[in-house]
Design a protein around this ligand. Structure first.
Ligand code: B1M
Length: 211
């Protein structure tokens, strides 16, 4: 079995101790970092489907997430780009009530490599904390809110509204996450939407250049 296939299988199986070594071996074998990342994202899709059908439960889903995070740690230095061209500070987090952070972490990594200084508020971010972070950091040009659950889409709306109603200016608001669409982003008055981490970085740079 090619190493990249082993990475996929071990992420699905939640083998956090084995995944970093296998990712390194896949790299040594000549696989590109972006292909290994894509393979691991695919594993999370499989894990999600198994959860939906009742084949696995939350603990297995969590173990898979940990395994993927360990794999991403190995890829991070290879995926980071030139950060010399500063686009300002990006405040990023996952909205209130939502604990999913793998996608948010990938977006954070890509945004950082696009030239932002990233301040990561983590997961389950209360609405008022976004505003505190904008006030507490210099040169905030982007607020990036992630939401992974249909049940936390209202929290995404509230986060955007809280930030917009704060009276603070000089930044744009980007939203994303599996259930989020351009239409929803427009409805909640976000400045931008991106469907994945790569396009989030492109959109972030585009938004900030129009400030
Ligand atoms: Co949860 N979970 N989960 N989960 N989980 C999903 C999302 C789900 C689709 C699984 C399923 O049922 N098939 C489902 C949501 C259903 C829905 O709302 N429609 C679900 C559920 C139901 C739940 C719980 C409610 C389960 C329960 O307790 N009964 C619970 C909720 C907890 C909470 O948050 N309050 C829960 C818990 C968990 C774990 C904690 C166990 C774990 C998360 C661990 C962690 O993140 N550290 C977990 C996991 C791992 C998943 C799946 C399997 C994988 C998520 C993931 O990391 N995907 C997921 C199923 C799936 O996605 N197919 C599932 C890989 C990641 C790279 O993709 O996060 O989509 P994603 O990010 C992408 C894009 O969305 C986009 O770019 C990223 C990279 O390309 N993106 C942005 C993300 N944020 C962005 C921000 C942007 C722009 C783009 O701009 C700011």
């Amino acid at each position: 079995m090619a190493k990249i296939e082993e990475v996929k299988a071990m992420v699905e199986a939640g083998k956090a101790k084995l995944v970093p070594g296998l990712v390194q071996e896949a790299l040594d074998e000549g696989s590109a970092a972006k292909d290994i990342l894509q393979a691991m994202v695919g594993s999370m899709g499989v894990v999600g489907d198994k959860f939906s059908t009742g084949e696995i439960f939350v603990p297995e889903m969590l173990m898979a997430a940990k395994a993927m995070a360990k794999g991403v740690d190995v890829l991070k230095p290879l995926m980071a780009g030139d950060t010399s061209n500063s686009l300002g500070t990006c405040i990023i987090g996952t909205v209130a009530g939502d604990l999913h952070d793998i996608g948010k972490n990938l977006v954070s990594m890509m945004i950082e490599s696009a030239g932002f200084t990233v301040v990561d508020l983590g997961v389950d971010v209360p609405h008022e904390k976004w505003v505190e972070a904008i006030k507490g950091n210099q040169n905030v040009t982007l607020v990036a809110c992630s939401g992974l659950l249909t049940t936390t889409m209202p929290a995404l709306k509230e986060a955007v509204q809280t930030v917009k109603a704060s009276g603070l200016t000089g930044f744009k608001v980007l939203v994303g996450g599996a259930p989020v669409t351009q239409q929803f982003a427009d409805e909640i008055n976000a400045d931008g939407f991106a469907p994945d981490a790569g396009s989030a970085a492109v959109k972030a740079a585009e938004l900030v250049k129009s400030l």
